[in-house]
Structures are given as structure tokens and as C-alpha cells.
Design a protein around this ligand. Structure first.
Ligand code: GLY
Ligand code: MN
Ligand code: MN
Length: 444
């Protein structure tokens, strides 16, 4: 069971059915089990849309929503109870408890889906479905529809339209409820503890994965069994690789280490980055670049409030980073022209943030037509400006090369403006140095 109340899942399904045209059915499969090698499976992670609508934690399940169906609008197909299999693989919910605990109006064994689902589709004008998202299931669905077509001469009515289901769900997912915000806040709080722990444990001579171990310990100790994405622990020049995953380099005095890591709680993500010196003290070059990124991070919050558009915070970070790089001589020219040309992209090649939710890069449109989307209460996002000086950049003085810095926080828009969920990890230079110095003193 998840921290999201059962009644909220029912509200989500009701809202979706309210958006569907009359005479329709929505069909959504659970995420399949994926194999890592031979008979070893990856840790199972439910499909985010399926999770959003059901909270049902198992693979081999299919949701059907049939607005107006007399015998129940929410039908779930799932694995049957089987004591012999459960002895090896763990408990299954089973159709009876799917009704009792997960709010299904009707639940059937997944093995019966071929006999039952075509009958539920038959006579419905439209099928809402995430077309192309799962090729195996696409084929399956078309087989069922063909089965109905084959009986047309007996009066069977196949559906006439396939409609994309995901845009409807994704628009709803963009607006987080109070219960969802509580879960994201809790995930962020666990990640805050993990980042503090890694900063405190950092010593030259350790390897990046030793800090990853500190993160993993804190995540699980805090109650989050999974990370929301592969943790990035990138020291020195590795910080200039955006999706660095090796995490095996030696931590050296004089280098910075960038940690981008967040846990997942009940499928909700947190996504936090801090950058700090291996030695516990920033060098002058590291500090001056760091202060620019920090100023950009802090300035962005001034543009997060209802009525601001999605791009304003990003634009603020671009201006501060461009100004800072000009001041230091890493960029040459006038700030406006450099922004216009996008010259900052050599050093700051990503956007200042993204939506956050059941997916770390969460769903929801950033633009409506030609316009940037306006921020509204309930939207959750990251703020994550950065500066990365490529190690081989010959246009800048050697002392800057190979420095990579990002500072990433998680934020929820509310009526007053915003709430930062991750300010428990220090980000000011003196606060970071103090936390690290205190930790070293304590272990001397
Ligand atoms: N960790 C992925 C990101 O920051 O967007
Ligand atoms: Mn991140
Ligand atoms: Mn992010």
C-alpha cells in the first residue's frame, strides 16, 4: 500500500473518466518484468501512469476503465493467487483483494483477459490507449480488436477510434495533490539526509562509489528502497559529464565532487545535486565559479510563483551565469549579445529545471501552443543551474578547466509562491565547509 489514500486513486480514475468521450474504454497495462541477465530480474518498478491510476504494485496486470458500465467502471486483470508460486516469488494480491484493497469494481485473473477484455471493448466507439508505448501490448490490443472485427457479421461492433490516453493522464499528473506533495517532501527529506551524510563522509583517498554507498545507506535507512535514477557521484573533471555513471574514480584533494542523487518513495522522485570540495575547502577558482551557480540557483526562486511562466526562472539563471562568465573572462562580449547567441551553452548546456513527480523528469507540457506554460499551485519542479568547463577547453585559462558545478533543489509551487523541499543540505560555501570540518573534527 502506498502513502496515497485509496480515495485519491478513485478520484484520479473518476477525473480521467470525466475527460473521456462518451462510449469509450481506456486500457492500460502494468510495466512488464525486465530481465537483467538469464533468469535474474531487474527490481520491479511499476509504470508511472498505471501507478497513478491504481497504486497496484504488480506486473502482469491490466486496467480497464469503462465509464458508465453497469457492472462496474473499473476492471482490473491481475495474477491469480497461487500458493506454490508465492512460496518462491512472494505474495500476490489476487483478484479478490484487488477489489477489497485497491478499489476495483471487478477483478479477473490475467489468464482470462483474452476471453473477457474483447467483450468489454466490443460496442465501445473509442479506445483510449498509450499508442506505441508497449509494442507487445499494441499487438495484443490489435489482436483483440481484430477478433471483434471478425465477428462483425454476427453484429459485433468494433471500436472506430484509437485515442492517445497518455496526454490526459499527464496533464492531471502535473498538478500534485496535498498527499502527493507530502510524499515528495518525505522523499526529498530522505535525500537531504543522504547528501549530508555523503558530504560528511567525504575524504581524499576514497572512491566515488564509497560516497554512493553512503547515499544508498541513507536512502534505505530512511525507508526508500530505490533511487529515482542512477546516482551520479562525479569528482574532478567527471563532473563535466552530464550523465556520469561510472562512479569509480579516486577522490583527490583539490577536486570538487558533484553528487546528483535522489531517492524514490512510493514511486515519487526526489532529485538533488550538491557540489563540494573533496578536501573540505574550496579553492579560489572553485569558489568564484560556485558563487555564480549559487547566485543563479537563488535568483531562480524569485521567478517561481503562480502567474510566472516556465521560462522565467531559466532566463534568470542564464543571465546570471552569462554575466559571471563575462566578469571572469571565460566569455567575451556583451551580456545581451552572448545570451542572444546562446554562447553560455558551452558552459551551461541544460535547462534550469524540469517537472518532478512519479517520473524524475516528470510528464506535463512545458508549452501551451506557442506560449511557455504559466506556473500554478501544485506543480513540482527542480531548480538546477550549473557551470561546466570542459577539461579540453582551450579558450579559457587552464585554472578553470575541468571544473563542473551544479546546485539542484526541489520546489513546489504554492499559492504564496513556492516551497523548497531540499534546503536542509547546505549550499552556501561557508555552510558546506563548516559541515565538512565538523565531521572531520568528530572523527579525528
Ligand atoms: N538527475 C537528473 C537531473 O538532474 O535532471
Ligand atoms: Mn539531478
Ligand atoms: Mn534534475
Amino acid at each position: 500500500m502506498t502513502r496515497i489514500p485509496k480515495a485519491e486513486f478513485a478520484r484520479r480514475r473518476r477525473a480521467l473518466m470525466g475527460e473521456m468521450a462518451a462510449g469509450s474504454i481506456a486500457i492500460l497495462p502494468a510495466a512488464p518484468v525486465r530481465h537483467r541477465n538469464r533468469d535474474i530480474e531487474y527490481a520491479y518498478r511499476q509504470d508511472s501512469d498505471f501507478q497513478y491510476l491504481t497504486g497496484f504494485p504488480e506486473p502482469e496486470a491490466v486496467l480497464a476503465l469503462i465509464p458508465g458500465r453497469e457492472y462496474g467502471e473499473y476492471v482490473l486483470f491481475c495474477r491469480e493467487k497461487d500458493p506454490e508460486v508465492e512460496l518462491w516469488e512472494g505474495e500476490r494480491v489476487g483478484p479478490e483483494d484487488a477489489v477489497r484493497h485497491y478499489g476495483a469494481d471487478d477483478a479477473f485473473p490475467i489468464s482470462d483477459i483474452h476471453d473477457i477484455l474483447p467483450g468489454l471493448i466490443e460496442g465501445r466507439e473509442r479506445v483510449y490507449y498509450a499508442i506505441g508505448a508497449n509494442p507487445d501490448f499494441d499487438r495484443q490490443l490489435f489482436d483483440w480488436i481484430n477478433l471483434i472485427r471478425a465477428k462483425a457479421n454476427q453484429g459485433a461492433q468494433p471500436p472506430k477510434e484509437l485515442v492517445a490516453l497518455d496526454p490526459l493522464i499527464h496533464e492531471a499528473r502535473l498538478f500534485k495533490t496535498a498527499a502527493e506533495i507530502r510524499v515528495i517532501r518525505e522523499a526529498a527529506a530522505i535525500s537531504v539526509q543522504a547528501h549530508r551524510r555523503a558530504m560528511q563522509a567525504c575524504r581524499a583517498g576514497l572512491r566515488e562509489y564509497h560516497l554512493e554507498a553512503e547515499l544508498d545507506y541513507a536512502f534505505r535507512k530512511g525507508g526508500a528502497r530505490m533511487t529515482a535514477y542512477g546516482s551520479i557521484v562525479a569528482s574532478g573533471r567527471n563532473a563535466c559529464i552530464m550523465h556520469y555513471q561510472r562512479n569509480d574514480a579516486l577522490l583527490k584533494d583539490g577536486d570538487l565532487v558533484l553528487i546528483d542523487a535522489g531517492c524514490e518513495l512510493d514511486c515519487y522522485a526526489s532529485d538533488v545535486t550538491r557540489t563540494f570540495p573533496v578536501s573540505g575547502v574550496f579553492s579560489p577558482e572553485q569558489k568564484v565559479l560556485y558563487e555564480i551557480v549559487l547566485a543563479a540557483n537563488e535568483a531562480a526562486f524569485g521567478y517561481i510563483a503562480p502567474g510566472r511562466n516556465w521560462d522565467e526562472a531559466h532566463a534568470a539563471t542564464v543571465r546570471i551565469i552569462t554575466e559571471g562568465l563575462v566578469d571572469l573572462g571565460l566569455l567575451r562580449g556583451t551580456v545581451d549579445a552572448l545570451i542572444e547567441q546562446g554562447a553560455y551553452r558551452e558552459f551551461y548546456m541544460h535547462r534550469a529545471g524540469h517537472w518532478l513527480g512519479l517520473d524524475v523528469h516528470d510528464v506535463g507540457d512545458y508549452r501551451i501552443g506557442d506560449e511557455w506554460r504559466m506556473l500554478e499551485p501544485g506543480m513540482a519542479m527542480t531548480v538546477e543551474p550549473g557551470i561546466y568547463v570542459h577539461p579540453d577547453n582551450r579558450n579559457v585559462a587552464r585554472k578553470w578547466r575541468g571544473i563542473g558545478i551544479r546546485i539542484e533543489d526541489n520546489v513546489v509551487v504554492n499559492r504564496q509562491g513556492y516551497e523548497v523541499l531540499t534546503d536542509g543540505v547546505p549550499k552556501a560555501v561557508d555552510e558546506i565547509e563548516r559541515l565538512m570540518a565538523d565531521a572531520r573534527r568528530a572523527t579525528e
